[in-house]
Design a protein around this ligand. Structure first.
Ligand SMILES: O=c1ccn([C@@H]2O[C@H](COP(=O)(O)OP(=O)(O)O[C@H]3O[C@H](CO)[C@@H](O)[C@H](O)[C@H]3O)[C@@H](O)[C@H]2O)c(=O)[nH]1
Ligand SMILES: [Mn+2]
Length: 686
């Protein structure tokens, strides 16, 4: 392709070199995967019930995208762990500061008195009532059917009450009268402007806090840290840090576990499993945190939006484990309190597993609450190391990755525990928009670490293994991958249309590396996906979603970082909604892609799909007109590439031209994308 198309060809070379480098990075975690298995019977043999206290943190932010009834089921599942209840404390942080969620928590504190004994009597699993009743309906033979119906009825009624109150937006006066906590809310309170609220709903040290069988209940605390418009609240990281402080005056347990509000406990033994690692006599003293994978219970069979995370969970995280430990992914993780608060690793460090506030405090509950509130005030952190050296780090929307990295750099290892029965199940995105949004936040956040002083290669240099640092970059480089991909899905197709060849001829031996990479890369990725639990179609859909994420989410991830560097925008954490409307859910179940709105990302998707269609047809007609033998050899590789893109894009053409439902690509989007395609053709880029 001498002369003509040289610039285009150089660009291709650059993209290919980038991919080669990225491939090397992805191999770091594939050399020596480990899989761990804890033995809880040995834990029991060695420690009996002399186990450490555990604090459980749950974060929620918005009563509408994270409905209180969902949060309540999560909370109940966590309270019902197979663990001595006097050693468990469950804290909910509510960043929306809404009375509706507090009401849900109050209902949960009452229902727990029936739910916990029921769970323990029949040793049921999972212990989220919503999940349990939807799974066990019809085959509840393990328990007394009368009791089953009774408790199900009780739960349904509670959910109904909560949903009604949320719909009406107001808690009835007679309910308000039954707990002092409701009086924290007055007319002026908004989600962005309110005083700190801490309410101990159940205090396990109180002799009256027992279930209907007279057994102790775990402590249950509601917290909404202070919010003022003039103070930045640092999103989830800020909530976590407030929880660390608030819990320090209530239970102060040496182990802290945290989950997102949608991640219910699906495995009763998860706490004991995690302790097997911390209490291990040989390696326990080096372990900073124990991470469980992120699993979703609402995925459709064939992974239409590529959200299954199977390959990350089954292959990559286990690979990281052998290199120094998995990243902290923000949910389903057990930390030692000391380490989360900034402690460096030293050989002689001895954890005091007996730590924690176990006896009834001298002060009254009101006094404890007041003390806790002062720790959840906006100004508390001013002039301190919180958010930097202490606690979860600020300044990044993937606070988790940053925080975990700092822990690794302070000398601690982490371990990955991926039991057969998943420990936590959460709500994954069920629309294209939610998926794109989530991946935009992730890729933007991790790339911002790459661009900052915490750049893993620099910050962790000499502190962790090089391969471990490379493992972090699998995700750290998601965003810039978008540039190479955009180039690769646009330029060769345009060149095809023009008749310019960018690859070696199909008969030349130089084509061999391309064919080899194409075949082997895809076969290996298919093999990994199938091995990790995806279906064939799921893999195929996943490939399409990689394309979509790279040309939308990850591109935005790059652009937003540029804007931040130029000082044009500030960081923002957009919560992934955990509800979708009925129509949308139906399409999700049928695995039909959901568009529906006129977002700019859909214009990109549609434009690239159309561009490739036009180029493929143009290229084909050129080859036919010019006589097969003239052009075919030279253009064949581009025909294949363009053809593959067209096949991948079939659902997009359907959404543009064939579908009639509300989730189709809206006409203005199609129109705009046609405009862009015409522009690209006229601009003579290649
Ligand atoms: O200002 C905020 C914003 C969010 N959250 C909570 O953070 C959690 C995670 O938010 P979500 O919208 O569900 O994001 P995901 O992309 O699903 O979360 C993943 O990615 C986040 C980092 O981007 C991590 O913090 C999460 O633990 C991890 O599950 C939820 O429980 C929210 O309620 C807050 O408490 N305060
Ligand atoms: Mn989530």
């Amino acid at each position: 392709a001498a002369g003509e198309g040289r610039a285009a060809w150089l660009g291709m070379l650059a993209a290919e070199l980038w991919y080669a480098a990225y491939w090397v990075v992805t191999q770091s975690v594939r050399w020596s995967p480990v899989r761990r298995r804890p033995f809880i019977d040995r834990l029991a043999a060695r420690h009996g019930e002399r186990l450490p206290c555990v604090d459980i943190f749950v974060c929620t932010a918005d009563p509408y995208s994270e409905p209180p009834s969902l949060v309540v089921s999560t909370i109940l599942s966590l309270m019902a762990y197979n663990y001595p209840p006097e050693k468990l404390s469950v804290y909910l942080s509510h960043d929306g500061g809404s009375i509706l969620t507090f009401y849900g928590m109050w209902e949960a504190s009452l229902f727990a008195k029936h739910w916990l004994p029921f769970c323990k009597r029949y040793n049921i699993e999972p212990r989220s009532p919503a999940a349990y009743f939807s799974e066990s309906d019809g085959h509840q033979e393990l328990c007394n059917p009368k009791e089953w119906s009774l408790i199900k009825d009780m739960f349904d009624k509670m959910t109904e009450r909560i949903d009604t109150v949320v719909m009406s937006g107001k808690v009835p006066e007679e309910i308000k009268a039954s707990h002092k906590g409701f009086y924290e809310w007055n007319q002026e309170i908004t989600s962005k402007n309110h005083q700190p609220i801490v309410q101990i709903l159940i205090d396990s040290k109180d002799q009256n806090a027992v279930d209907n069988e007279g057994k102790v209940l775990p402590t249950l605390v509601y917290m909404a840290r202070e919010k003022r418009p003039q103070h930045h609240h640092n999103f989830k990281a800020g909530a976590m840090n407030a929880l660390i402080r608030v819990s320090s005056v209530i239970s102060n347990s040496p182990i802290i576990m945290n989950v997102d509000c949608d991640m219910y406990s699906n495995n009763n033994d998860a706490v004991r499993d995690a302790l097997c690692f911390f209490l291990d006599e040989e390696m326990g003293h080096k372990i900073g945190f124990v991470q469980y994978p992120q699993n979703y219970y609402n995925l459709s069979k064939n992974n239409i939006y590529g959200n299954s995370l199977h390959v990350i969970n089954e292959v990559e995280m286990g690979g990281m484990d052998s290199l120094g430990g998995p990243m902290y992914i923000g949910t389903g993780c057990f930390h030692r309190r000391e380490i989360l608060c900034g402690r460096k690793f030293t050989e002689d460090y001895q954890e005091d597993w007996n730590a924690g506030i176990k006896d009834k405090l001298q002060e009254s509950i009101d006094e404890t609450e007041e003390k806790a509130k002062s720790l959840a005030a906006c100004t508390y952190e001013h002039g301190t190391q919180w958010g930097d050296e202490i606690g979860v780090k600020y300044g990044c929307v993937v606070e988790d990755v940053n925080t975990g990295l700092a822990i690794h750099c302070r000398g601690w290892d982490s371990v990955y525990n991926n039991p057969k029965r998943p420990a936590f199940m959460g709500v994954g995105p069920t629309t294209l928009a939610q998926t794109i949004l989530q991946h935009k936040r992730w890729s933007e956040g991790i790339f911002s670490i790459f661009l900052s002083k915490y750049n893993v290669f620099l910050f962790a240099h000499g502190k962790t293994k090089l391969r471990h640092q490379m493992g972090y970059h699998i995700y750290g480089l998601w965003a810039p991958n978008s540039l190479a991909t955009l180039y690769y899905v646009i330029i060769p197709s345009l060149a095809l249309l023009k008749g310019t060849s960018l690859f070696p001829e199909i008969t030349s031996p130089w084509i061999a590396p391309f064919v080899y990479v194409f075949c082997v890369k895809n076969m290996y990725s298919l093999y990994e996906a199938l091995l990790s639990g995806d279906t064939l179609k799921g893999w195929w859909n996943g490939q399409r979603m990689w394309l979509v994420k790279r040309i939308t989410s990850y591109l935005f991830g790059v652009l937003d970082n540029l804007r931040k560097l130029l000082g044009l925008s500030k960081i923002n954490f957009v919560v992934t909604p955990k509800v979708s409307d009925e129509d949308e859910s139906k399409r999700y179940e049928q695995e039909i892609m959901e568009f529906g709105s006129s977002d700019p990302e859909y214009v990109i998707i549609a434009a690239i799909a159309l561009l490739n269609l036009v180029c493929l047809m143009g290229g084909l007609s050129k080859v036919m007109k010019g006589g097969w033998n003239v052009h075919l050899d030279a253009l064949f590789p581009q025909l294949i590439l363009c053809g593959m893109l067209v096949i991948t894009s079939i659902p997009f053409y359907e959404a543009m031209f064939l579908r009639k439902d509300k989730g189709r690509i809206p006409f203005p989007v199609t129109l705009a994308s046609i405009g862009f395609v015409m522009l690209a053709l006229l601009a003579k880029i290649v």
